[in-house]
Design a protein around this ligand. Structure first.
Ligand code: PLP
Length: 295
């Protein structure tokens, strides 16, 4: 079984026509060139994506990921994705991966080649790196200004906050800044002082018996992992809630996590160089729960 698998969708959107008898996807060589140089995903980052965890060849939280792909595409005014085709490609790529505990499938959907008439789409699968250290020992973060107010989604919707676009150069730059400051990762804060998310993860904050995350009308992604973490927290007797959170809430929290697909729950062990207590037992239980999810 190859460690990397690719499925290309000939008709990623409902508006793209397939040839008579053409399948929803074709398996392709992930090491061979597949994308045209003038694809708008490449030239302008004009597209959307999803990264889906795979456990034992089963893709996790597929429907929430597909729903978010469609929401992101709608925010970019891209053609509506053919979710049946994306679902079939996701399952096929996950099933073609080796029987390893953890892998992922990345869905990439772009506006297509400049001047062309159809969108571009593919599903790429790969075995995941080992995230044990982040999950058990935690990650250190620095708090960085996101440069937007907490209400930017309504005051400037063209900034596409809340969509999972391919334009992640800013997110990568923030992580490099964290590394320059000796930290592993970033927690963004709005220019008017509200905690947001990491560059690739949502924030969870425990205060007593309450597990909190910022509301999704802030400039953050609605996380699939956060949603499943809330379900787990409620099973454990915690109250899970969406609440605006500030730097004071961060400082007063009993425990903090960054949660995302693939890495799952990474407890935060330091904020701006100041050590924080991690909740190892809850982290272990949550990660077990997240890894055990199917479909
Ligand atoms: N926020 C951002 C900016 C992300 O890029 C991601 C995931 O990649 C998340 C949050 C977490 O989302 P999910 O749990 O659905 O992977």
């Amino acid at each position: 079984m190859p460690n990397r698998v690719l499925a290309v969708l000939p008709a990623p959107s409902v508006a793209d026509r397939r040839e008579a008898g053409e399948a929803a996807f074709r398996m392709a060589d992930p090491d061979a060139p597949q994308i045209e140089v003038l694809d708008l995903g490449i030239t302008r980052g004009d597209g959307v994506f999803e990264t889906i965890s795979v456990a034992g060849r089963r893709a996790q939280a597929v429907e929430p990921h597909l729903a978010r792909l469609a929401r992101s595409a709608a925010m970019l005014e891209m053609p509506e994705p053919d979710l049946a085709a994306w679902r079939a490609a996701t399952f096929a790529v996950a099933a073609a991966l080796p029987e390893v505990p953890e892998a992922f499938v990345k869905l990439v959907y772009t506006r297509g080649v400049e001047g062309g008439t159809r969108t571009t789409g593919y599903a790429f699968g790969e075995v995941s790196p080992d995230h044990t250290v982040s999950r058990t020992e935690g990650v250190s973060v620095v708090v960085l200004d996101r440069g937007y107010r907490h209400d930017v989604r309504t005051t400037a919707p063209w900034l596409l906050q809340g969509a999972k676009t391919l334009s992640y150069a800013v997110n990568r730059a923030a992580v490099r800044e964290a590394h320059r400051r000796g930290a592993d990762d970033v927690l963004f804060i709005s220019s008017d002082g509200y905690l947001l998310e990491g560059p690739t993860a949502n924030l969870l904050l425990r205060r007593g018996s309450r597990l909190l995350t910022p509301p999704t009308d802030l400039p953050i992604l609605a996380g699939t992992t956060q949603a499943d973490a809330f379900a787990y927290a409620e099973q454990q007797g915690l109250e899970a809630a969406y609440e605006p959170l500030t730097r004071d809430d961060l400082d007063a929290a009993d425990a903090l996590w960054l949660v995302s697909s693939v890495r799952h729950a990474a407890p935060i062990r330091a904020v701006d160089g100041v050590a924080r207590q991690i909740d190892a037992a809850f982290s272990a239980g949550l990660n077990e729960h997240l890894i055990a999810r199917r479909d």
